[in-house]
Write a protein that binds this ligand. Structure first.
Ligand SMILES: [Zn+2]
Length: 95
């Protein structure tokens, strides 16, 4: 229980005991290794998450533009047919 000294804290990434006043972990090189609030996520993962969010955002934009382009066309097609899709099969059966 007395292995951890008062002025040393385990690194949040590699759990190596580093000095509390150290700005960079000497083992893994992470900045501020004693801050427990900061999530232990690599910057690469954060960058990947940002890219994924951007791709999802662009996909939503394309989806919205597709709805705006194909929405009025579908309404016009319904006006030309002048009959709901449910009665189309009955018309085929009557012939
Ligand atoms: Zn470390």
């Amino acid at each position: 229980m007395t292995e951890v000294a008062a002025d040393t804290v385990p690194c949040r990434l590699c759990t190596t005991l580093v000095a509390r006043d150290a700005t960079v972990c000497p083992s893994c090189g992470v900045k501020d290794p004693w801050i427990p609030n900061e999530p232990s996520i690599n910057p690469r993962v954060i960058r990947l998450a940002m890219w994924g969010g951007g791709i999802v955002f662009v996909g939503l934009l394309l989806f919205a533009s597709g709805l705006m382009m194909f929405g009025p066309r579908a309404e016009q097609a319904d006006e030309r047919d002048h009959r709901p899709p449910g009665t189309a099969s009955e018309a085929h059966d009557s012939r």
